[in-house]
Design a protein around this ligand. Structure first.
Ligand code: C2O
Length: 558
């Protein structure tokens, strides 16, 4: 048989990739509009295949995934596979104008990537405008066939997607905010697998139900797909055993509440070991900055033991208060990577680049911002408010197109001040499309320091193209002399998205072993929009498999 025939055969057999042993998984994402009623009002939303949340994509470690995305809506679209390393395949990463031009109306693009050395729960989402509010879904990477989980095999696995719902169109929400210069309206409800639950006064609104069998253990693959809210998650009367975050195994920890930031994922085991009945599942916001408004509504779902009568009462639970920093910290500080023989923790021990980036807000003049009194809220990294280019950075890098970006992103804050104390007198930021250059295989220690400009706030920062190790964390200003001594270089948690604590800092380390252009930004969409984003350019290495591959022929054009 010639190779085209073999390929065609594989494509046909692999339409049901989970059932058959396939190394290639084919998916088709039709981006379409549909009407959806929630909170007693109907609006038109952008979806994948008409679903909200979108379809779950299943694959195994080492599989190649091909997703043909066809754009049938009037917006430009791109899809990001959040947490997929994309080794040498940055063209499939997805952030619009960073690694690709978006897919225009009527056009399509095949995302083609291999899941090397990764297994666990990740998410995919639109990476342009605010479309990810409704264009998101789970990406489940199963271990290689025959390889067990490093924890007892669950009886069943369930994807649990947390999100936010606005009654009005989310593009209108952010556009209005950008015109006024003020913060956008907060959402009208949170959702669990698409349902807000009992919080609303809409009698038609049901909540998500998770049927359980007494004595069975469930693996919940929890994803925060919200735009702007970190969320607490708990289940009345049941303990959560955390076994994985961001598709990396952790030492199991038992807690009753977890906190999960937009872009993060957490796998927990739950055993149905309580009396038969119904138990409330709650997702509520975590915000410990006093000056920031959030949507304070709790989304609810129900754990329903089989055999329970429909009208039996639900065992309730109160979610932690919005500002429960201690509850959040308990979860965050308990996480350690598994660091087993099979899954060793490979923290870079020597450091080539020691970087300090401030992350926070600012205020810039805006002549047309009437509501904002002639100024607008902005956000920055090291005081640079990132300006989106009109040519994708990766193309500019690969084809040597000049004038798209510069590589003078500062490795330290341009002005040294008491970052978490009284703000400086000048709150203005600089605009620029700047990247920081790293040579292949260099090791990076990056301290992300929150600033209190306007308000100190927790920023969940996401790095594309890499996992990193969270080696240190503290409050106030980072002090290299004293704080470095306490870094955990043995079993720090490995993630792709990390919360910079309100009024504090985190230190991460990673090895720049993936050539390409990699976006880093706050995963609160409002802060990304305001400019809390930058990019790393990782140069090619000299070895045979150390260069960025050439772009696919169907790469969208700007
Ligand atoms: Cu999940 Cu750049 O994003």
């Amino acid at each position: 048989m010639n190779s085209n025939w073999v390929r065609a055969l594989v494509l046909v057999v692999c339409i049901f990739p989970v059932l058959v042993e396939c190394r290639v998984r084919n998916y088709k994402f039709n981006v379409v509009l549909r009407n959806k009623t929630k909170l007693c009002s109907t609006k038109s939303i952008v979806t994948v295949n008409g679903k909200f949340p979108g379809p779950t994509l299943y694959a195994r470690e080492d599989d190649t995934v091909l997703v043909k995305v066809v754009n049938h809506v009037s917006y430009n679209v791109s899809i990001h596979w959040h947490g997929v390393r994309q080794l040498r395949t940055g063209w499939a990463d997805g952030p619009a104008y960073i690694t690709q031009c978006p897919i225009q109306t009527g056009q399509s693009y095949v995302y083609n990537f291999t899941l090397t050395g990764q297994r666990g729960t990740l998410l995919w989402h639109a990476h342009i405008l605010w479309l990810r509010s409704t264009v998101h879904g789970a990406l489940v990477i199963l271990p290689k066939r025959g390889v067990p989980y490093p924890f007892p095999k669950p009886d069943k696995e369930v994807v649990v997607i947390l999100a936010e719902w606005w009654k009005s169109d989310t593009e209108a929400v952010i556009n209005e905010a950008l015109q006024s210069g003020l913060a956008p309206n907060v959402s009208d409800a949170h959702t669990i697998n698409g349902h807000p639950g009992s919080v609303t006064n809409c009698s038609s609104e049901g909540g998500f139900t998770l049927p359980v069998q007494s004595g069975n253990t469930y693996l919940l693959r929890i994803i925060n797909a919200a735009l702007n809210e970190e969320l607490f998650f708990k289940i009345a009367g049941h303990t959560l055993t955390i076994v994985e975050v961001d598709a990396t195994y952790v030492k199991p920890v038992k807690l009753d509440t977890i906190v999960i930031a937009p872009g993060q994922t957490t796998n927990v085991l739950v055993t149905a070991n309580q009396n038969s009945g119904k138990y409330l599942v709650a997702a509520s916001p975590f915000m410990d900055s006093p000056n920031i408004t959030v949507d304070n509504k709790t989304a609810t779902a129900t754990l329903h033991y089989s055999g329970t009568l429909a009208n039996s009462p639900t065992t309730l639970t109160l979610p932690p208060p919005q500002n429960a920093t201690a509850v959040a910290n308990k979860f965050i500080t308990s996480l350690r990577s598994l660091n087993s023989k099979k899954y060793p923790t490979k923290v870079p021990l020597k450091v080539d680049h020691k970087l300090l980036f401030t992350v926070g807000l600012g205020i810039n003049p805006c002549a047309t911002c009437k509501a904002g009194n002639g100024s607008r809220a902005v956000a920055s990294v090291n005081n640079v408010t990132f300006v989106m280019p009109t040519t994708a950075l990766l193309q500019a890098h690969f084809f040597n197109i000049s004038g798209v970006f510069t590589t003078d992103f500062p490795g330290r804050p341009p002005h040294v001040f008491n970052y978490t104390g009284t703000p400086p007198s000048v709150l203005q930021t600089n605009n620029g499309t700047k990247a920081y250059k790293l040579s292949y295989n260099s090791s990076v220690e990056l301290v992300l320091q929150d600033t209190g400009i306007i308000a100190p706030e927790n920023h969940p920062v996401h790095l594309h193209g890499f996992n990193f190790f969270a080696v240190g964390r503290g409050l106030g200003n980072y002090n290299p002399k004293t704080d470095r001594k306490s870094f955990n270089l043995v079993d720090p948690v490995e993630r792709n998205t990390i919360g910079v604590p309100t009024g504090g800092w985190v230190a991460i380390r990673f090895l720049a072993d993936n050539p390409g252009v990699w976006f880093m930004h706050c995963h609160l969409e409002v802060h990304t929009t305001w400019g809390l984003k930058m990019a790393f350019v990782v140069e090619n290495g000299k070895g045979p498999n150390e260069s960025l591959l050439p772009p696919p022929s169907d790469l969208p054009k700007c």
